[in-house]
Design a protein around this ligand. Structure first.
Ligand code: R5P
Length: 294
């Protein structure tokens, strides 16, 4: 029965306090719509940082070492990640829908490692990203690559579709073999991606000028992992990136190719969210892995 009395007797109006309005803690996102902000808040913690686990490699290179069995090798890592970056095929086949992680859906692709990698197309319609409940979609952008303009068109198509659904886009800088990874190039690539409207950008760490790359990008920069390095080097890279202003890391091989990936992801998380130094995080890795110093 309708509560007519409750409506008449309502009295908790808080007349002594103005209605609260909420500041938003994610770089460049303060004027986005509610759905976008809500999804970004699933990816980034209250500290504005994210520990993202990338295992989308199969979309162009097939069964990568460490990703042969997603159910056995990746699912146990999920509780330690804020976000999971994967293809829709792997999400639907291998990831339990009960996971609490934000899902970042690989949404561009086409060529395999046997072909010209920059020749990508949009690979997922935004309606399907919405069905999956993606918190964002990821699109590769090949600045300076053979199919640069086409990859920008893919990015723009997904950004337009993302606005229709309130789903943010993560633009991923892809560095071809012939391109130099330096502050000038990465500053160019990340800024272009943000100017077109991506709400986040993933890019590589560089020793010289990464802070300038971050400063010149109006949206959060998420550090890409890259090939497996010794654990201390990977953790040092993650620490340096966060220290230089990155909002988080999106690491794959440097986590899942370890002897003890569960220990490594906790060490990475310690840097991202708990202000651990690289040395402290490495110590944590050694303790949790019983000395697996790989
Ligand atoms: C990179 O652009 C792709 O998304 C990769 O499949 C993946 O994110 C790479 O991760 P990592 O280099 O850390 O193994």
């Amino acid at each position: 029965m309708a509560d007519l009395e409750g409506n008449i007797q309502a009295k908790d109006w808080g007349l002594d306090q103005p209605q609260k309005s909420w500041d938003f803690h994610i770089k460049g996102a303060g004027q986005l719509d509610f759905g976008m902000r809500h999804r970004l808040s699933r990816i980034f913690g209250e500290d504005g940082h994210t520990a993202m686990l990338a295992f989308d490699h199969g979309y162009f290179q097939g069964p990568t070492s460490g990703l042969e069995r997603i159910d056995l090798n990746i699912v146990p890592l999920a509780p330690y990640a804020d976000a999971l970056m994967a293809t829709r095929g792997i999400l639907r086949a291998n990831i339990p829908a009960s996971v609490k992680n934000a899902l970042v859906l690989r949404a561009s692709g086409g060529p395999s490692i046997l072909k010209e990698l920059s020749n990508e197309r949009v690979a997922v319609e935004m309606a399907d990203a919405a069905r999956i409940d993606a918190a964002a979609v990821a699109v590769q952008v090949f600045i300076g690559g053979e199919f640069e303009t086409q990859s920008i068109a893919n990015l723009n198509a997904q950004i337009d579709a993302g606005y229709q659904y309130g789903i943010p886009v993560l633009g991923v800088t892809a560095v071809g073999k012939e391109l130099t990874r330096d502050a000038r190039y990465l500053g160019l690539a990340t800024r272009i991606i943000a100017e077109f409207g991506a709400q986040m950008v993933k890019t590589y760490y560089i020793d010289e000028g990464f802070d300038q790359v971050v400063a010149g990008c109006p949206v959060p920069i998420i550090m890409a992992g890259g090939k497996k390095l010794p654990a201390i080097d990977a953790l040092t890279m993650a620490f340096n990136a966060i220290d230089a202003g990155a909002a988080g890391v999106d690491m794959g091989r440097n986590i899942f190719q370890r002897k003890d990936p569960v220990a490594m992801i906790q060490a990475v998380r310690g840097i991202v969210h708990d202000s651990l130094s690289a040395g402290q995080a490495h110590q944590l890795y050694l303790e949790l892995s019983n000395g697996a110093d790989d």
